[in-house]
Design a protein. Sequence first.
Length: 324
Amino acid sequence: GSRSISLSLFALPSNRMPVPQPLHSSPPPTAAVQQLDELLADLGHMQSKLVVVGQGAGAPGEPEPSLDNMLGSLTWDLQEMGITAAPAGICAACRKPIVGKVLTALGKTWHPEHFTCTCCGQELGGHPFFDRGGRAYCEEDYHQAFSPRCAYCAGPIREKVLTALDQTWHPEHFFCAHCGKVFGDDGFHERSGKPYCRQDFMAMFAPKCQGCARPVMDNYLSALQGIWHPECFVCAECLSSFAGGSFFELEGRPYCELHFHQRQGSICHSCSRPVTGRCVTAAGHKYHPEHFICAYCLGQLQKGAFREQGDKMYCQACHNKLFL
């Protein structure tokens, strides 16, 4: 059986978050604190360079300088001068104080370089991102990991999703499995888990008419172990319909009464009507008993007591009178 199913097209819900923008801490009260912020930012970007220089300059056995040690020393010196540099928050990634630029996202504060994609590690500051379970993802990794997959191309569905046959599809990828035509208002028909347009479904899977071999789509008749278009169920000889509803079968084809008997050879040689009851066979022909008569006197003939002359039957007396 087939079923015609309508399509459901809707947009995916989005977990897309607004683009996080680095924020600055509260305006510094003095020019000295502003200079401190700039110095700390520079030190953060030059950390690796400072470590390498420190290793080259230090004597063997001396402890390696670290950014934390240098920042701690700088902070102490400033406090000795009466300048206090308050951190803007604690980074949710490294758990260290944030002095300088701060990024706020997912209800937490971050060093801008520490707010990254959970999958690929790409920095997300200034870029759109998606939130999933409190974790941030770049757009590509989010769709690859969590978006529904198209049943045709297996790719993630980023925007509109179409649901049919208990699967999800890109709208442009849901088309007839035979001709590739996208479905319109007629919907589609399903066979073995694949969608087909009406025309192809009927051509490929609908039963065929016994008369014309074309698909039977709507009304049909069931006869002779097959189905027929009503207009195709006619006498195979004269193509007339069966007004009374009765027909005769011969070799799997329907016939009206006249042509059935004609093909069977059971037509009265005298009246050319079918012989359906008692039958007289004489000289290779069949007759209704009442039509088996002398062609001259019209008397009824008896089988074995007639003479044939020129394709006509005569009783013995008339034959002798006319031809002897």
